[in-house]
Design a protein around this ligand. Sequence first.
Ligand code: SF4
Ligand code: SF4
Length: 128
Amino acid sequence: MIEVVVEDRCNGCGDCVQACPSDVLRMGADGRAVIAHQADCQTCLLCELYCTTDALFVWPQVDRVVGLSAEQALASGQLGAFRRDHGWGEHTTTHTNQHWRMGAIFERARLLAVETAAAKTARPEDIR
Ligand code: SF4
Ligand code: SF4
């Protein structure tokens, strides 16, 4: 789930807004990205990949908001780690793509989707 935009790092490029497939992010009145629809986040981390200033922090918890602050995100040392470990941008020559690390996140998202779909289609007579 997207947790926070570190305002001081955002240059207002808008790339994260364009990249987000779930329309979670918006440009705020101050010209910086804001989280507008947090609950719609699917934890795909595309926004982190496209943010060249490492201003966004997505936590690999797919079903709830943890509530991390910008200070906690900065202190974690993980800002930009996902983009770096995928060998994007300036990391192209120093890091190979570590896409395989997404496996656990994809699996958790898949199980959550199956669970949600089952709950939506469950008929009263199926519940004992
Ligand atoms: S991609 Fe990064 S720098 Fe650009 S608007 Fe989004 S948060 Fe700000
Ligand atoms: S993790 Fe994916 S769905 Fe969530 S805000 Fe970023 S781009 Fe959008």
